[in-house]
Ligand binder design. Structure first.
Ligand SMILES: Nc1nc2c(c(=O)[nH]1)N=C([C@H](O)[C@@H](O)CO)CN2
Length: 131
């Protein structure tokens, strides 16, 4: 099994449950591990690949100018979006908020998600075509 690993993608975002956190940018970091099936080839017999720059740009665009309450929400939303958009079979995503607890170096939320429901993928693609 191969893994594409993006480590400590750093983003300034509006995140937190308190009122002041809606207007105050805070640093979060994201670690993502993506399972890669390296045996797949396309019609021209060349290897398919997941462009990690596209993954990063998708996350940055998603986070831009939005407020999220919980790090749990951000993890779930990004994981769902990446699985659907890039048709990933498995990913692990860790989101960290280093400034959250003064007495702790970091606080993180770690999730592992699989691509399980093909209907969701079709719905997603369809909704994009309709726009
Ligand atoms: N389980 C969680 N607990 C808390 C979160 C969170 O995202 N998930 N967030 C906060 C505050 O926003 C805190 O980070 C402010 O510094 C508190 N608890």
């Amino acid at each position: 099994m191969d893994i594409l690993f993006i480590k400590k993608l750093t983003i300034l975002s509006y995140i937190g449950i308190y009122e002041w956190e809606k207007k105050h940018l805070q640093k979060i970091t994201i670690d993502i591990k993506i399972r890669i099936n390296n045996t797949k080839k396309n019609k021209n017999n060349t290897k398919k690949f997941i462009n990690y720059i596209n993954i990063v740009n998708t996350i940055m665009l998603f986070m831009k100018n939005k407020h999220f309450y919980l790090i749990e929400d951000v993890a779930e939303k990004i994981a769902t979006m990446l699985i659907k958009k890039f048709q990933l079979s498995w990913l692990q995503l860790k989101i960290s908020k280093p400034s959250a607890i003064p007495q702790a170096k970091n606080v993180s939320y770690l999730i592992t998600r699989k691509y399980t429901n093909i209907n969701n993928i079709y719905n997603y693609n369809l909704s994009k075509i309709k726009k």
